[in-house]
Design a protein. Structure first.
Ligand code: SAM
Length: 394
């Protein structure tokens, strides 16, 4: 380990913070990635695994699915269009087959409170009932607390409930279908590295004077090292020269392993990944020397990663260059990368809103609300362009 970084942050004000501190005192510093894994996914005390997780308006952050049903309904339309374009490949049928039409599998990773699942299914129930009857919607969710929240949501929608089931990722049999991941990849742990006078070094979390401190040390694995150098070219191009000493960035091996494990299980179909982030060259700006890592606590964004440990979200922008490159290496094809605004507009969000108004006989107030949702989801500089959509074919 070399020098401490500035910003030592010393609060051990939660049980999880104290537990991680003990672990570091016993076994030595841990990578920031391992700190994130514990902070978010410790089985009982991690942010996503506490018995009472707080997403949405009354929680710490909200996602596009919390804006309202228009997001999920338009994703439903997108799935319908993707499947119409390659019906046989995604539903597991065979071209020219005379067999009855097969079920369609939709697999959602990291479903949060379950709103996207509910809204996608609602879209099909109202706008394509025969297709709805063929859907098996599988939720892969690591958090028992969130699985319970999702189940409670479907208890209120018995008509949709029969189409949903939950599955551990290890029990997911080889499948053909559609994979959905909305703000899933950004929730996976990530390494942090910094360019120093001695080259790239990794950020570790250690203890000093009774609190957490960040320390620089050797890059923890050859994979992280290789990935840094993979994206370096894009950085140099976009910065018109080498990076300044002190610049930090994030590398998520977990994201790449996820796309790899998907490739192992997925035979044919489509993947829709929605998340904030960008291609590598555009992720970091001169005013973002500390990279894109951030904490969310009660809708406040901060760099106080070591406060409220287990009670706040930690996240970083998705590096879509690395994700896409890995996807291609694992055999996915036809990548399309666009902003959330363009994706929703291309998938007829305006028409979806009209169809929904007509079919559900919405009041003028409800109709106005639906139109406001379009604005929220597509506004530039916020959800509309900060969020990107990567679609892949298998
Ligand atoms: C930011 S939330 C996603 C929100 C949700 N998709 C939405 O649209 O509101 C991240 C989700 O991913 C889940 N998650 C994280 N890692 C996971 C993993 N390895 N397998 C399954 N679910 C995971 C979390 O428990 C949480 O439900």
């Amino acid at each position: 380990m070399t020098s401490d970084l500035p910003l030592p942050q010393k609060s051990l004000n939660t049980p999880l913070a104290r537990l991680i501190a003990e672990q570091i005192q016993e076994a030595g510093p841990i990578t920031f990635r391992d700190f994130v894994e514990l902070a978010l996914y410790h089985p009982e005390l991690g942010y996503y695994n506490r018995s009472h997780t707080r997403l949405g308006k009354s929680g710490d952050f909200y996602t596009s699915s919390h804006v309202g049903p228009i997001f999920g309904w338009t994703i439903g339309r997108a799935i319908e269009k993707l499947l119409a374009a390659g019906e046989d490949s995604a539903s597991g049928g065979q071209r020219g087959s005379k067999r009855p039409r097969q079920s369609v599998l939709i697999v959602e990773f990291g479903a949060g409170e379950g709103f996207l699942a509910k809204d996608v299914l609602e879209y099909f129930r109202h706008l394509n009932p025969s297709f709805f009857e063929r859907i098996q919607y599988v939720i892969v969710e690591q958090s028992p607390a969130l699985r319970r929240a999702q189940a409670r949501l479907f208890d209120q929608h018995p008509d949709l409930q029969k189409r949903v089931r939950w599955c551990n990722v290890d029990d997911l049999e080889p499948f053909s279908g559609v994979v959905l991941a909305n703000e899933f990849v950004d929730a996976l742990p990530f390494h942090r590295v910094a360019l120093t006078d001695d080259g790239y070094e990794e950020i570790f979390v250690d203890m000093s004077e009774g609190g957490f401190v960040e320390k620089l040390g050797m890059i923890s694995s050859p994979r992280v090292d290789a990935l840094i150098h993979e994206v370096e070219v894009e950085f140099d191009e976009s910065w018109d020269g080498p990076w300044p000493v002190g610049q930090q960035m994030e590398i998520s091996i977990d994201a790449l392993d996820w796309i790899g494990s998907l490739a192992e299980r997925m035979e044919r179909g489509r993947v829709i990944i929605i998340d904030y982030g960008d291609t590598a060259g555009k992720l970091y700006g001169r005013d973002l020397t500390e990279g894109t890592v951030r904490a969310f606590f009660q809708h406040q964004i901060s760099d106080r990663y070591y406060e409220h440990v287990g009670e706040q979200d930690l996240t970083a922008d998705v590096n879509f260059s690395l994700l896409l490159k890995a996807a291609i290496e694992y055999g996915f094809e036809d990548p399309e990368f666009t902003t959330q605004a363009d994706f929703l507009l291309e998938n007829e969000v305006l028409k979806v809103v009209e169809d929904r108004e007509r079919i559900l006989h919405l009041s003028s107030g409800e109709a106005r609300n639906a139109r406001r949702q379009i604005l929220n989801l597509t506004l530039p500089e916020t959800m509309g362009t900060r969020f990107k959509v990567l679609t892949l074919k298998r």
